[in-house]
Design a protein around this ligand. Sequence first.
Ligand code: SF4
Ligand code: SF4
Length: 64
Amino acid sequence: MPVILVINNSICLQCGGCVPLCPEDALFLTFDHLKYDTDLCTLCGICIRFCPVAAISEEDRIAI
Ligand code: SF4
Ligand code: SF4
């Protein structure tokens, strides 16, 4: 099943700690949100393991 990265911005502290760890430079911190580029992300899981508040997760994409 296809998997996508999900960022829970209601939990994210916008600390920015995960951003420089991404080997693909796929994470971006805006003024109030953490975002990622789906074309760059390889779902390596580094940001998921790093985040101290578990704001990033992998979830199955539900086929529409
Ligand atoms: S490490 Fe976690 S809390 Fe910090 S910016 Fe990344 S997702 Fe948000
Ligand atoms: S899963 Fe890996 S490639 Fe995707 S945003 Fe997180 S650190 Fe970057």
